[in-house]
Design a protein around this ligand. Structure first.
Ligand code: FES
Ligand code: FES
Length: 171
């Protein structure tokens, strides 16, 4: 979607914005003080988790124009014309994304609260670096905190998904 901020006008404290969410063009009406996290949840994208709400935990991570981004820190009006990806756009129960399969198979999911954000950070990494080193995986997932597990299984899951995406046997 091409950005066209010139058409963005506030009326009564609200902006009407258009954006692509998971490949579908959507129109949102957002308050001028609203953050993307709250707007996405209000429009039904409940995979985007509200953890700290201060940019510290990574649970609200979404992909905006190809980059992993903290939705709790992004004013909603600023994504007018952008492409946003949430976990709802990644896979389905019948056809999960390789990262979703890998997280389950590696035992990297306990309560699951951190998982959507972590998977989107990992997706952004694999889109950029198809064969990441362990250090690169750890660096990319550094901002995604998990209260339940250690981080070993998530790193294993990302390695396995990377291998699968490249067409190799899963580790
Ligand atoms: S809710 Fe956004 S970083 Fe924690
Ligand atoms: S699985 Fe519970 S916070 Fe990560």
């Amino acid at each position: 979607m091409k950005k066209n901020r010139s058409r963005l006008e506030a009326a009564g404290g609200f902006f009407g914005i258009t954006l692509s969410v998971n490949g579908v063009e959507r129109a949102f009406r957002v308050r001028n003080s609203e953050f993307l996290l709250d707007a996405l949840r209000r429009y039904g994208y409940k995979s985007v988790k509200k953890g700290c709400d201060t940019g510290d935990c990574g649970s609200c991570t979404v992909i905006v124009d190809g980059k992993p981004s903290l939705a709790c820190l992004i004013p909603a009006f600023s994504v007018h014309g952008s492409a946003v990806t949430t976990v709802e756009g990644l896979g389905t129960m019948r056809a999960p994304h390789p990262l979703q399969t890998a997280f389950v198979e590696a035992g990297a999911v306990q309560c699951g609260f951190c998982v959507p954000g972590m998977i989107l950070s990992a997706k952004a990494l694999l889109d950029e670096v198809p064969d990441p080193s362990e250090a690169e995986i750890k660096k990319y997932l550094d901002g995604n905190l998990c209260r339940c597990t250690g981080y070993v299984k998530q790193v294993r899951a990302v390695k396995a998904a990377a291998k699968k995406k490249r067409g190799g046997m899963e580790a």
